[in-house]
Design a protein around this ligand. Structure first.
Ligand SMILES: O=C(O)C(=O)[C@H](O)CO
Ligand SMILES: [Mg+2]
Length: 259
């Protein structure tokens, strides 16, 4: 059966951040992911996880100046020192939270910077991050993101991510396969999961259009989840969606998968 993690940056936003752990556990989740932990002490987050019997399965490295529109810096030439400092900080949090995945965001492609230079920068940064993270039991992951939600994001397709992962080694770097982004950019999601399965270290889900819960849009989720399970994917699927209404009221789709 597929295993779903609540993304508590997008779900349970009716509550303050630290109270969302308990809400996720009460709703039947065994694991959570979120975007950024850095406003909170790692020890406090670790306590919430433990108190509620939850595993932390993914969070993002520091993205740069988010409010100014930055979305990572791993592919940006000239930002290597900042990337490294941020990744070290993320790794400290991962250790405190026993979290096995860190999402490394590649960033927005600046005008005039050659695509190949960005690919080379991303690959070098990822190789460095993997060397540091591997011995700590953490796998950095990269995620192709659609250009409607984040115009200009460097990493856009699953094939582009796969080429970079293959160049470094799938045992070191994984793909964060977000079915929502794939549906928008590429479609044919089951076939693409099949193609990239050996590289996929984490998945995420939301329906389209709207990025709301499964069942609110165009995708046949029972079919997709059955196929993912039959293919043998045993990682976590993060529920990275914005509930259309109140979070718990929108969890009807999850009843079959609570386990
Ligand atoms: O946007 C997404 O799908 C993500 O997973 C990022 O972590 C946040 O932009
Ligand atoms: Mg995502």
């Amino acid at each position: 059966m597929p295993r779903f993690a609540a993304n508590i940056s997008l779900m349970f936003t009716e509550l303050p951040f630290l109270d969302r752990f308990e809400a996720a556990a009460k709703a039947g989740f065994k694991a959570v992911e979120f975007l950024f932990p850095y406003d909170f002490p790692a020890a406090e987050i670790a306590r919430r996880l433990k108190d509620n019997g939850l595993s932390q399965v993914l969070f993002n490295g520091p993205p740069g100046d988010w409010n100014a529109g930055e979305r990572g810096q791993a592919a940006l030439p000239g930002r290597q020192a900042e990337f490294r400092e941020g990744f070290r900080k993320a790794l400290d949090y991962a250790a405190a939270l026993s979290c096995p995945r860190i999402h490394v965001m590649s960033g927005l492609a600046p005008a005039g910077v050659p695509h190949d230079a960005m690919t080379a920068t991303l690959a070098a940064n990822l190789a460095w991050a993997a060397e540091l993270a591997g011995p700590a039991g953490v796998k950095p992951v990269i995620e192709p993101i659609n250009h409607r939600d984040i115009p200009g994001f460097f990493l856009n397709t699953t094939d582009q991510a796969a080429a970079i992962i293959q160049a470094i080694g799938p045992e070191k770097i994984g793909m964060q396969f977000d079915l929502y982004h794939c549906q928008i950019t590429e479609g044919d999601i089951v076939k693409r999961v099949e193609k990239h399965l050996p590289l996929i270290a984490h998945m995420q889900v939301a329906d389209n259009p709207g990025r709301n819960e499964p069942g609110t849009g165009e995708v046949n989720w029972p079919f997709v989840f059955d196929r993912i399970d039959a293919l043998g994917f045993r990682g976590w699927i993060g529920c990275e969606y914005r509930p259309a209404g109140e979070t718990v009221a929108g969890l009807g789709w999850f009843a079959t998968y609570k386990g």
